[in-house]
Design a binder for this molecule. Structure first.
Ligand code: M6R
Length: 606
């Protein structure tokens, strides 16, 4: 969850690191620090609690002290609170390192290496630094090789040894690391956003291999210490995609990018009006041979799965189950070779989702991953990958990734329906045409942002809010509630509207905001009855319906209308509405929209 960067080359390393950390800050932003070789060939260190901007202030003029080799870290606290001592880098004897991940056996290591009196921080990372120092014999690659088996857990390390100026070593297990050799030097980072100003060609550091970086080269060493050639990949977006480009926040920019992201994800995969995964290498056999679908993901990605279940099960007539990845991995799931496990992850690095993928594969199931980040671990380890083309998503609150995950799931549903004979070609073409109609519907809702903003003033002073819906609308509500709570800190719950009377309606009192989604024709009248029930108890009701739906005026305090799409596709404009509600609530409360407290973009620790 932390952001890490290492650089060795002709440029001003302090500037490269600070710029890189600013790009990586969305991965964690409790504290930040850098270490670098100075003119005197010694390692210097600056670290602080708070944001990268604070670190930049502390660094002063970047030209005062020019370094050409250094490592930098932006932290999301796991072991030990947010203090300067716990900020990375950590120095232990000749070793200075930064770490992303968790060393689970740090207690045992502390005892085994008698570190109790030496530790300056409460972190597992400092323990790892001391252990490495104690095995270090002047040969970095050999010493790291002896050090790794001593560790249990996940890690990405960037390491400098005080007697090896100009050199950086990096290694990882589970936690991500990408690297490149460029005309501007060698660079390694936890994700591409830090590399992209310098190069479009990069490689993923393979697990267990040791990366050595000097100003002149990057070299990979395998378990036997032999040099290996990296597998070079090319990124298909540029630095602009990771900038705000005039928007006040990444989240707002990413909300606006959704129509384009959907086009990029859907259009290249349509042939004769039908979904075609030929270029993805996704075989129809996995759709034919399965007797059940398990969808596994976390957070927003899991909510996309909830929508998919509601679409897939009635159409495909096979069981579809959605499970939170952190539960799936420990529940001894009932899966076999006839199970298609669909894994959804924007980052492709979420550790629980990755563990679920590995479990599914070990149990013989076929895995199909819907992933946004090219070359990510989940993408590389899955049997099949459906890449979404949303470009980098920087705001912690996921928006465009959700829409494209949905688009992918809808297309998979359609393809599967065709292959299994559940729908005809003509029905498949109609399905895809309706999916495409969702794109202008999203554009229309983006234009409605001022109206949506005006709704929010009724929410922001309230401690709680409820999102209710039935059927598909309930699945949308889950995402609406998550979005609101994660960036506005308003306690929000999603409820199946028919379930309210079984307890939750006790919480509805005067002015309590209820966002009611009513786009499903088959249960509209039932849903409107539920809305009346909360209104009768004093709720402040924001009702979201389709254009043309007949609704009595007195049923809601505010109404938001979305374009009259087929019921199955209303999630796309609804997503925009719910995202904008959360966005403006956070903005009105004066909060940090893009970097909400306690969160980080990519959850790479359990
Ligand atoms: O990268 P992933 O899609 O695997 O991430 C899953 C969740 O951590 C993520 O969707 C999270 O819930 C978002 N912050 C929600 O906005």
């Amino acid at each position: 969850m932390c952001g890490i960067i290492g650089y060795s080359g002709p440029l001003n390393a302090r500037k490269v690191m600070l710029d890189g950390l600013a790009q990586l800050e969305y991965r964690g932003y409790d504290s930040a620090g850098i270490a670098y070789f100075g003119d005197d060939s010694r390692i210097h260190q600056i670290k602080t609690t708070g944001k990268v901007s604070r670190l930049r202030e502390l660094c002063g003029s970047l030209d005062d002290e020019v370094s050409h080799c250094g490592i930098g870290h932006t932290r999301w606290a796991t072991h030990g609170g947010v203090t300067q001592a716990n900020a990375h880098p950590h120095t232990a004897g000749r070793v200075t390192l930064i770490h992303n991940g968790i060393i689970e056996n740090y207690h045992q290591l502390t005892e085994q290496y008698h570190l109790e009196d030496r530790l300056l921080s409460q972190t597992d990372s400092e323990v790892a630094a001391w252990v490495l120092d104690s095995v270090y014999d002047g040969d970095p690659v050999g010493s790291i090789r002896r050090f790794l088996p001593l560790l249990e857990g996940s890690y990405a390390f960037c390491i400098m040894f005080s007697d090896r100026p100009g050199e950086i070593y990096a290694v990882r297990t589970v936690s991500p690391l990408v690297a490149a050799y460029t005309p501007s030097g060698s660079i390694v980072a936890s994700d591409l956003t830090a590399l992209i100003p310098y190069t479009k060609s990069y490689f993923v550091v393979p697990e267990g291999m040791i990366l050595k970086m000097t100003p002149y080269q990057v070299a990979l060493y395998d378990e036997e210490g032999c040099r290996k050639d990296p597998e070079i990949m090319v990124v298909n977006w540029n630095i602009d995609a990771a900038m705000k480009n005039g928007f006040p926040h990444f989240m707002l920019k990413e909300i606006h990018e959704q129509p384009e992201a959907l086009k990029n994800t859907i259009l290249p995969r349509i042939s004769k009006g039908l979904p075609d995964f030929g270029d993805d290498g996704i075989s129809d056999e996995i759709f034919l041979e399965c007797s059940q679908i398990r969808i596994v993901a976390c957070g927003t990605a899991m909510h996309a799965g909830m929508v998919a279940k509601a679409i897939m099960e009635p159409l495909l007539r096979i069981p579809v189950t959605v499970t939170i990845a952190s539960e799936f991995r420990y529940e001894n799931p009932l899966i076999d070779s006839k199970t298609l496990v669909i894994i959804i992850s924007q980052s492709g690095e979420t550790i629980d989702t990755l563990a679920a993928l590995r479990l599914a594969r070990s149990m013989g199931s076929k895995t199909l991953a819907i992933v946004n980040v090219k070359g990510s671990t989940i993408a590389r380890e899955s049997d099949y990958v459906f890449y979404t083309h949303a470009g980098p998503e920087i705001a912690v609150a996921s928006t465009k990734a959700y829409s494209v995950q949905l688009a992918g799931l809808y297309m998979i549903c359609c393809r599967m329906g065709l292959v299994r004979g559940c729908i005809t070609k003509a029905e498949g073409q109609a399905f895809m045409a309706e999916l495409l109609e969702a794109i202008p519907a999203m554009e229309e809702m983006i234009k409605e942002k001022d109206h949506i903003k005006s709704v929010v003033s009724h929410l922001v002073d309230q401690p709680d809010a409820f999102f209710i819906g039935r059927g598909l609308d309930y699945a949308f509500s889950l995402e609406g509630a998550l979005k609101l709570k994660e960036i506005s800190y308003i306690h929000a719950e999603a409820y199946a509207a028919g379930e309210l009377k079984h307890g939750t309606i006790a919480l509805i009192a005067d002015r309590v905001p209820v966002i009611a989604i009513a786009t499903q024709s088959s249960i509209l009248s039932k849903m409107l009855s539920n809305v009346r029930e909360v209104k009768a108890r004093g709720a402040f009701v924001v009702l979201i319906t389709k254009e043309g739906t007949a609704v009595p005026d007195d049923i809601a305090d505010i109404q938001i209308r979305i374009p009259a799409l087929n019921d199955h596709f209303t999630v796309f404009p609804i997503a925009v509405v719910l995202q904008l509600i959360a966005y403006y609530a956070s903005l009105l409360k004066g909060l940090n929209v893009d970097q909400p407290r306690n969160l980080a973009k990519s959850v790479t620790v359990e």
